[in-house]
Design a protein around this ligand. Structure first.
Ligand code: SF4
Ligand code: ZN
Ligand code: ZN
Length: 316
C-alpha cells in the first residue's frame, strides 16, 4: 500500500473511484464528512430531534449509529433510540441481535427489540412457509413480505416513542439499487418518494432519514473495522432470492469494471428525484393519499400492503 493521500502515514484503503489512498484516521474522517454532507444536503438532524434509529446488527447500521452518536453530541439536544426488528429468521437473527446489543451498550444505549411474532402473530420463516406459489411479488420473494412488515413495525415503534425522525442504514449501494429497481418496475411514484430529500415524511409517516446515502457499502464495513465496532457479517439466508440481490450483483460487477458507476447512478437518481418532485409534487402524495381502512396507515389504495399481506397469510 502507498502513503496516505492526506498525511504521511501508510494507507490502508484505496478508493479507486476518487483516486484517494487513505490511512485509518483519514479514512474515518472522510467517511464521517460524507455523513455530515448528507446531513447538510437533506436537512436531517435538528436540535430537539428524537431520532429512532433502525439497527440490524450489520455493518451499515453499526456505522450509522456510531456516527449519529458523535453528531448528536456535537449538535446537541438530540436523543437517539435504537430499534431492532426481529423478523424471526432461524440461524441468522439471534446472532445479529447479540452484536446489536453489544454495539448499543458500547455506544451507551439500550436496544428496543420489536418482533414480527409479537406484532403480527408469526415469524418471517412461518410467513414464508405459508405464502402461495403464484408468480406475483408476494409469492416470489421473502424480502417483499419482510420489507412491508418491517417498515410497519419500525414506523409503529418510532411513532410510539414520539420520534421526530426515523434513521435507516441505507447506504449509497442500497440507494442506487432501489433507484434501478424502481426504474425496472416502472414505479415512478416510488422513484420520488424514496428520495432522501423527501424522506416519505409528507404521508403522515415519521420522516425517514438516510445518513449513509453518500457512503458505499464496502466503506461502511471498513469504517466498522477501523472504529472497532461490533457487527455481524452473515447475510440473511433470503437475501439471494430477492430482486434486490440480482440488481446488487449487477451493480457490483459494473463497479468492478467501471469504478464510479454506483455514484453515477446515485447522482442521476438524486437529480431525477429532485426534478420530478418539482414538476410533479403530486407524485409525492400518490403512494399515500388515502388511509388504509383497516389500520389507518397512509396507502395508495383502500387497504395497505401490510394489511393485505396479513389477510393473505391469514395472520391473527
Ligand atoms: Fe428481510 Fe430480505 Fe433483508 Fe432478509 S434479506 S432481512 S428477508 S429484507
Ligand atoms: Zn492519513
Ligand atoms: Zn393497513
Amino acid at each position: 500500500m502507498p502513503r496516505c493521500s492526506k498525511c504521511p502515514k501508510k494507507a490502508v484503503v484505496g478508493l479507486g473511484y476518487c483516486g484517494l489512498d487513505l490511512c485509518k484516521d483519514c479514512f474515518a474522517e472522510f467517511f464521517e464528512k460524507r455523513v455530515w454532507k448528507a446531513n447538510k444536503d437533506f436537512l436531517m438532524l435538528r436540535r430537539g430531534d428524537k431520532v429512532a434509529v433502525g439497527i440490524s446488527g450489520g455493518k451499515d447500521s453499526a456505522a450509522m449509529l456510531h456516527v449519529l452518536n458523535k453528531m448528536a453530541k456535537k449538535i446537541g439536544q438530540i436523543q437517539l433510540f435504537p430499534i431492532l426488528v426481529d423478523e424471526g429468521v432461524h440461524g441468522y437473527r439471534p446472532n445479529s441481535i447479540k452484536k446489536a446489543k453489544e454495539l448499543c451498550k458500547r455506544e451507551g444505549f439500550g436496544l428496543d427489540v420489536v418482533s414480527f411474532e409479537r406484532e403480527f402473530g408469526a415469524t418471517l420463516d412461518a410467513m414464508v412457509k405459508k405464502r402461495g406459489q403464484g408468480d406475483d411479488e408476494f409469492a416470489s420473494g421473502a424480502c417483499s413480505i419482510c420489507g412491508v412488515f418491517r417498515k410497519k413495525a419500525l414506523e409503529a415503534r418510532a411513532k410510539k416513542l414520539g420520534a421526530t425522525k426515523l434513521a435507516v442504514g441505507h447506504n449509497a449501494d442500497d440507494s442506487a439499487q432501489t433507484f434501478l429497481m424502481n426504474l425496472m418496475r416502472n414505479d415512478s411514484a416510488r422513484l420520488v418518494r424514496v428520495s432522501p430529500a423527501h424522506a416519505e415524511g409528507g404521508l403522515g409517516l415519521v420522516p425517514r432519514i438516510k445518513p449513509l446515502v453518500y457512503n458505499l457499502e464496502r466503506e461502511c464495513g471498513l469504517y466498522c473495522v477501523v472504529e472497532n465496532l461490533p457487527f455481524h457479517l452473515q447475510e440473511c439466508p433470503y437475501a439471494k432470492e430477492s430482486f434486490r440481490g440480482t440488481v446488487k450483483d449487477f451493480l457490483n460487477l459494473a463497479e468492478e469494471k467501471h469504478p464510479g458507476v454506483k455514484f453515477n447512478v446515485l447522482q442521476s437518481s438524486l437529480l431525477l428525484q429532485k426534478t420530478l418532485a418539482e414538476i410533479s409534487p403530486r407524485a409525492l402524495r400518490e403512494g399515500g393519499s388515502k388511509k388504509c381502512k383497516i389500520c389507518g396507515s397512509p396507502s395508495s389504495s383502500g387497504v395497505c400492503k401490510a394489511c393485505e399481506y396479513a389477510k393473505r397469510l391469514q395472520l391473527e
